[in-house]
Design a protein around this ligand. Structure first.
Ligand code: PEP
Length: 256
């Protein structure tokens, strides 16, 4: 795969918007966001709405779509789960892995996240691997250790030739859905830690060229300062991505 390093604006809808609301979103979003060659836009709806998104956005190939999670196994007796190949069949090109809500609510630890990333890559989806520290970890001085551990677990599970296919999202857990945003300085510091960990595990060139998103209470009012922070190559947006106008305003952020 050729690495596309244009800035990436991604929406994580979590458990919001079924197929009907998804079609309504696409109609409104496409009326206020024109295709733009210098950036990428990807939406992660609930998996049940992926096909509705793809069909509603059939005239907008600039808008990517992905799933929020897949099972680590290819198929089998896993009631309620979806496989990576089903996600591909529904039109997804991307998958999140390791979101903090999965880690907290569903027991997705480093090992399981790594197995999911392997599965995502094997099925031809592009993973966005989420890493980030809790407030307790940050306050106890463990920021670097936590990020290095989360990055290393995934790198060691993935063949070197696929390291360049990984997109990363730094999402401080204390800033997700809390309205509390990391300052641009906090984001820059954490992105540098992730980038160094990537350089250490995958090589200097991959560390330098990796796409690392920031996520955590991103809004139209703070997107510009976050995108200007050194090492921030895009954003993963939760709450503010549910409103088509707000997400369009975020995606239209001027690039320096
Ligand atoms: C997220 O869920 O990935 C996220 C960053 O959420 P929010 O923007 O609502 O903090």
């Amino acid at each position: 795969m050729t690495h596309d390093n244009r800035p990436l604006f991604a929406a994580n809808w979590k458990m919001h918007k079924g197929p009907v609301a998804t079609r309504e979103f696409v109609a409104e979003f496409t009326s206020c966001y024109e295709p733009s060659e210098d950036r990428r836009v990807v939406v992660f709806p609930p998996s049940i709405s992926v096909e509705a998104f793809r069909l509603a956005a059939v005239d907008r190939p600039d808008l990517g779509v992905g799933v929020q999670d897949v099972h680590a196994e290819a198929a089998g007796a896993h009631t309620g789960a979806i496989s990576a190949s089903m996600a591909v069949e529904a039109g997804a090109a991307w998958s999140l892995a390791g979101h903090s809500e999965r880690r907290r609510e569903f027991g997705d630890d480093d090992r399981l996240v790594s197995r999911k990333v392997q599965r995502v890559l094997a099925s031809g989806l592009l993973p966005v691997v989420c890493v980030g520290e809790t407030l307790e970890e940050r306050d106890s001085g463990a920021l670097t250790e936590v990020l290095e551990r989360q990055v290393a677990a995934v790198l060691s599970a993935v063949e070197h030739k696929a390291h360049g296919d990984l997109t990363w999202a730094y999402e401080p857990v204390w800033a997700i859905g809390t309205g509390r945003t990391a300052s641009p300085e906090d984001a820059a510091e954490a992105h540098a830690i992730v980038r160094n960990a990537l350089a250490g595990g995958a090589g200097a060139a991959l560390g330098k060229g990796a796409t690392i998103l920031y996520g955590g209470s991103v809004k139209p009012g703070n997107i510009k300062s976050l995108m200007e922070a050194p090492g921030v190559n895009g954003v993963l947006v939760g709450g503010a991505s549910l409103e088509p106008g707000d997400f369009a305003a975020i995606c239209k952020c001027p690039l320096g």
